[in-house]
Write a protein that binds this ligand. Sequence first.
Ligand code: APR
Length: 388
Amino acid sequence: MVVLGAGPAGLVLGNLLQDSGIDCVLLERAERAHVQTRARAGFLAAHTVRILERHGLDEGLRRRGQAHSTCEFRTEDGRFRLDYSGLGRGERHTVYPQQHLVTDLLTRFLAVGGRVHFATEAVDVLDADTDRPSVTVREADGRPVRLRARYVAGCDGRHGAARRSLPAGSARRQHLDHGVTWLGLLAQAPPSLDAVGYAVHERGFAGHMARTSEITRYYLECERGTPADAWSDERIWDELELRMRATEYGPLHRGPVVERAVVGLESDVLEPLRHGSLFLVGDAAGLISPSAAKGANLAVLEAELLARALIAALHHGDTKGLDAYSARSLAHIWRAQEFSHWMIGLLHGPSGTDGPSLFHNSLRRSRLASLRTSRSRQDWFAEHYVGV
Ligand code: APR
């Protein structure tokens, strides 16, 4: 079995296959140090934690993950909090930075005999429509090599080789640019509130998400085309405090901004997620906007689905799971897309005061008001916010 990419998707899949005795090699374009330090998502849904627990992959997150179940909305109509552990299915998030999870998964994979080729870029998946597919790779020294396998899993993200290798017309791509851009920031500063903070302001959205006791993620909506380094640290903090209404609700813990990136909110889903012997998983299958932190959770869910199906096929000749993989994953992907899209509408609005902008802003305020006051709306929110 060849797996492209050593992110959450590839590493969960690799561990599950290796545990069941299926020989598995992971090809990863980046160096090991880069994979283990890349700061990305951090909110694990209860379902994700259960999957990791089920397969003995939860040791680190049980020791170091923080249970989290409150979000706070700050708007022109005041502030309110939802403790979603008492709503919907009563579930919580576990805050565990993705680079820690990836490090745990990688360490375990290597410990149980898994093989990872770092600094090895997959270039092409060939013969995917046969039962002897192969992957051409470029090794660190530039040598081209060809690897054969019974199946190939594309866990190599949106711009990886798996997507690129699909023959024209074999998959339908559905793409939506949500028309919103965020400046994604990592600050070397403790969290400023004991909740995820969502601020809706006439100058744009601002978000606060705890990562560790020393590092906090913030988001600032910005103009499309803004270069990542356009804003000084001071301007970033001033803008965050303004939008998060620090004068009313208290100042933020400031610190150096150690990472900044411009994130265009986009969604992108391929259908189907299988082409013969090639399967797409995680970001390679579907990109989701970060508005509801679903990306890594979907990646883990799909990796487990595919692992079970591959184990049934390779050990028992039962290919029903492989046949169903695409439709089952897409059902989860579209539910997550729908909720993330709803969140974008909840947290952003056109800033103009003309007819349509005014109308959309009033809708957004009403949506927030019903989330503040309606128990059934809160239950629905909690179920989808923490679930996948
Ligand atoms: N060959 C080999 N490896 C590749 C190639 C390639 N051609 N292209 C990309 N990769 C590697 C990347 O370096 C990366 O390590 O594939 C890996 C893909 O990992 P992720 O981008 O983390 O994707 P995935 O495992 O699907 O996880 C998805 O995690 O951080 C969240 O929000 C993020 O939604 C994303 C989720």
